[in-house]
Design a protein around this ligand. Sequence first.
Ligand SMILES: O=P(O)(O)OC[C@H]1O[C@](O)(CO)[C@@H](O)[C@@H]1O
Length: 549
Amino acid sequence: MGAAPVDPTATEAWGRLAELASGFRPDLPGLLTDAEWVSRSTVRAADLRVDLSKNLVTPEIWKALRSLAAEVGLEERRDAMFRGERINVTEDRAVLHTALRRPPDAEGPEVGGEDVVAQVHEVLRRVYAFADDVRSGAWRGFTGQPIRTVVNIGIGGSDLGPVMAYEALKAYVQDGLECRFISNIDPTDAAQTLAGLDPATTLFIVASKTFGTLETLTNARLCRTWLLDGLGAGEEAVSRHFVAVSTALDKVAAFGIDPANAFGFWDWVGGRYSVDSAIGTSLAVAIGPERFAEFLAGFHAVDEHFRTTPLEDNVPALMGLLNVWYTDFLGAQSHAVLPYAQSLHRFPAYLQQLTMESNGKSVRWDGTAVTTDTGEVFWGEPGTNGQHAFYQLLHQGTRLVPADFIAFATPSYPLTDGSTDVHELLLANFLAQTKALAYGKSADEVRAEGTAEAVVPARVFSGNRPTTSIMAPALTPSVLGQLIALYEHITFTQGVVWGIDSFDQWGVELGKQLALQIVPALGGDAAVLAEQDASTRAMIDYYREHRRR
Ligand SMILES: O=P(O)(O)OC[C@H]1O[C@](O)(CO)[C@@H](O)[C@@H]1O
């Protein structure tokens, strides 16, 4: 099962961190008076400026966290990943999503004797040619019309990355082109997504790493029926309206999609790490090959930062270590990601798969039990919307919730209401929130506002609530690539400390198996029904009684 990971709790650094945590009294207002602290706590990766100064740490804690990274062999494992070693132990695979964004002239790692970077660029060349054809109108549908809508059919990493990036970069989408996304097996998703579309100008991308995913194949069949019925055509129309992205090109062909219309990728790309592979084809069509290449270059810039920067300034490593500190020493159970950019409204959902499918594990890569708490629950919504919903708990609740705030100097859409720079109102809120969380408001301050004594406690803010502020010049394709790579490497860092294989996802399998076993019972198979537990049986009975056809 691979060499045993170092038990982090047995390291010297862990002992030191435990000492530092016991009786730790954070003093963010005190720290923030020190310009030197802020400047030392502000780190950069490519275009990302990351202010770590409003975190519950001290120089001693940082030192101990870096020692922990050294003792668990973070840099060695990072290097092994970049070299293409099979660090995805339970699936016996290399982990090389970083090769997807290496420039064509870079010397790539080899997997199975094959030059990975050359393979990547060969597929990219085909994706770009396809994207150009769709964008220029050279690609025609069955009735001879150009494509207006691209519908990506996928789920998990084959959906969340493309939809998140499309939403984030909508300002760059070619006029007259639109992407839509179908993921859920609930037919409502397909029904609502297809509503109003003209089959003659609609092209489907079936995106599935394995090409065996129930939801995606079901939706693909459903869309094929919709297309052929709408066009009044036979199977011969499929090749003008369906392309596929997968590592299983034999299954793509078996499904009836012309291999000439299929774009491949490789088993060394995890689904949740695949938006920068051909899985991003819908995005490449929407924003064009040049912008897509900038997106990849953004990832690569942060990869290089992570690969070459010493720990003191290595942003993903520092942020990952900080998350370990909060999770294992200060008892945090969740982590909020709060983009002050509406364009990033699907970013928290994307990060949920990236972080929780990667680090939601109880055993280590050698099969032994983890020795400490692992993966936090990631969640979030764009500001300022969240301020009017769940920030109450962030400010005054009993839970410690470290939060990452993300903002951009230049807005995606520079609208004004005639007199106000609306983006400045957004940024003022971003700045105000991290300040309010850090400083809080004392009882004396509340009293000084003339508040009745009985209400004073309800209006006190404890402060000392940690935040990290990430800023960049604008949400460009490159900056989006940088942000994604940042969180990929944060996730990796945490996984290494905990000794986790962050690249498998066995935990999703049991439910899938059981669903397939239960299907016949819903259809009335008495023998399968009898095998179910009492609760499941009763719900199936309820369903059969209430289902209207
Ligand atoms: O791309 P595929 O093979 O259809 O898988 C979709 C998603 O399903 C999962 O395997 C989880 O069920 C994810 O890891 C993956 O991103």
